[in-house]
Design a binder for this molecule. Structure first.
Ligand SMILES: *[C@@H]1O[C@H](CO)[C@@H](O)[C@H](O)[C@H]1NC(C)=O
Ligand SMILES: *[C@@H]1O[C@H](CO)[C@@H](O)[C@H](O)[C@H]1NC(C)=O
Ligand SMILES: *[C@@H]1O[C@H](CO)[C@@H](O)[C@H](O)[C@H]1NC(C)=O
Ligand SMILES: *[C@@H]1O[C@H](CO)[C@@H](O)[C@H](O)[C@H]1NC(C)=O
Ligand SMILES: *[C@@H]1O[C@H](CO)[C@@H](O)[C@H](O)[C@H]1NC(C)=O
Length: 432
């Protein structure tokens, strides 16, 4: 396998000094990108009612968005966070599992713990607690891959900690030292979890003469899947695909190896395309690559866009996320750029689901966006992310422990449903 590229985990993860130098050189360009990313982070769009009423994409009225808790006709993704004062986190900062310092909010002194006491309550049923033993029985002999950026890995590490707290410890069987491609093995269950780090999902190269930085130019090849994952995918039984925040930075876009435009590149000679164009194509290519690969027989989950919650400024000029309580459903809706990103994914997902069916591949949507938009209190903020660099708050990833555990509660319920014969019980079949 090729050496993974050496850029940072997220575009908004770089030190401010780089940014300052950058400002001097590229001020006009920066202003443009700030306008775009300000609206990105501050959610200052409000008038998307028409999209909300679009039956094709409405989070609440699309049949593909309506998976059920096992045994129940209930949309587990529609609900609210309810206070449960007795709720304990699945694991602590002393559980034997890897918690990245950047998400280890307890270790770095986050003073409040109310954010650990909210549980997700679907409107029409209960979301059962995660049962590690049950989970491991379902995935016996399987490989589960988290394909995408570091927010996807956030879920993976949360899962590993949830299993570790129930005394199921994983062996590190990584084949490269780079932890973005970590592999965990559970010998008693012959179960493998692996991270396939690919923040754009498609082939991407650095394209900035000044080298990589928070806002440096990249080149995206929209019709070519990133080989770092596509060469590894054929043995995967369950893949959870996600991507998002890396698309909000400048890049050139290529199709059939020809430059077709750019995003935030400030070059008048090049067609300006929207983030959504790139995002749409990246998912389409990813899904098509899975469908085209006849050796791949896995179950595909799309984990929908994970919202960030910067307030009081942009990520790179003092924005933070200091709330200690969830929003109520009346206070906050999926809207603006978030809704647009979400809908872009949903559209590509629907197309892929249809195409996939033709060759017996199942696509499922892990529809976490609505739940997570309500959790501005769930991010590390200044507790974790480069703890020495207090200037930059992390309002993108999720504290561990924290609300990200809910994604794995969803995962278990979705897998249980597969196993119960609905959808032909594919997950329990041996690979042919
Ligand atoms: C929602 O879906 C139901 C059944 O699938 C349909 O009858 C109804 O018209 C839809 N509502 C909207 C607003 O599209
Ligand atoms: C774990 O978190 C507590 C605060 O909840 C903190 O006092 C302690 O130092 C942390 N321990 C480790 C090993 O990080
Ligand atoms: C473990 O699972 C793999 C498939 O992922 C299978 O090929 C292998 O035979 C299994 N090993 C045992 C000991 O069951
Ligand atoms: C744009 O194209 C014109 C005409 O081909 C050329 O003279 C100019 O240098 C180009 N500008 C940039 C920024 O590449
Ligand atoms: C998938 O296969 C079709 C038909 O051969 C081809 O046109 C398309 O480019 C392929 N897509 C990808 C992403 O490889």
């Amino acid at each position: 396998m090729k050496n993974p590229k050496h850029y940072s985990e997220l575009p908004n993860g770089k030190k401010s000094t780089i940014l300052l130098n950058f400002k001097k050189v590229f001020l006009p360009f920066l202003t443009l990108s700030l306008i775009i990313s300000m609206s990105f982070y501050l959610n200052d769009y409000n008038n998307n009612e028409s999209l909300l009423n679009d039956p094709e994409g409405s989070p609440s009225n699309s049949s593909i968005l309506r998976p059920h808790a096992a045994n129940e006709r209930c949309n587990i993704f529609k609900g609210d966070w309810v206070m449960d004062p007795l709720r304990q986190p699945y694991y602590t900062n002393e559980t034997k599992c890897v918690i990245d310092d950047r998400q280890n909010c307890m270790k770095f002194g986050r003073p409040d713990n109310e954010f650990l006491k909210w549980r997700w309550k679907p409107d029409e049923c209960e979301l059962p607690k995660f049962d590690a033993m049950q989970f491991l029985e379902i995935v016996r002999g399987k490989t589960l891959a988290f394909l995408g950026d570091s927010v996807g890995r956030n879920q993976m590490q949360s899962l590993v900690c949830m299993l570790a707290s129930a005394t199921y410890e994983a062996k590190d069987v990584s084949y490269v030292p780079d932890t973005r491609f970590r592999r965990w093995f559970y010998p008693d269950h012959n179960f493998t979890i692996e991270a396939l780090w690919s923040p754009y999902l498609v082939k991407a190269d650095e394209a900035d003469s000044k080298g990589f930085s928070a806002n440096s130019l990249m080149s995206l090849y929209l019709d070519e899947a990133d080989e770092t994952w596509s060469s590894q995918i054929q043995h995967v039984d369950i893949v959870i695909v996600s991507a998002g925040h890396w698309f909000f930075r400048p890049y050139y876009l290529y199709e059939k190896s020809r430059l077709i435009g750019c995003v935030m590149c400030n070059d008048k000679n090049i067609t300006q395309l929207s983030v959504y164009n790139a995002y749409k194509m990246a998912f389409w290519t990813t899904f098509e690559t899975l469908i085209n690969n006849t050796n791949f027989k896995g179950l595909v989950f799309l984990r929908t866009f994970s919202p960030s919650h910067f307030e009081n400024g942009d990520w790179n000029n003092g924005g933070n996320c200091a709330r200690t309580k969830p929003f109520s459903k009346d206070e906050k809706k999926l809207d603006g750029y978030l809704l647009e990103m979400y809908m872009t994914q949903v559209r590509e997902f629907k197309g892929a689901k249809k195409e996939g069916e033709k060759r017996g591949l199942d696509f499922r949507m892990m529809d976490t966006s609505e739940a997570m938009i309500l959790r501005p209190d769930g991010h590390p903020n200044h507790y974790g992310h480069w703890p020495k660099d207090k200037a930059i708050a992390d309002c993108v990833h999720w504290c561990m422990p924290g609300p990200v555990e809910t994604w794995n509660e969803f995962l278990l319920q979705m897998l249980k449903r597969e196993g119960e014969g609905i959808n032909n019980g594919k997950i329990l079949e041996e690979k042919s």
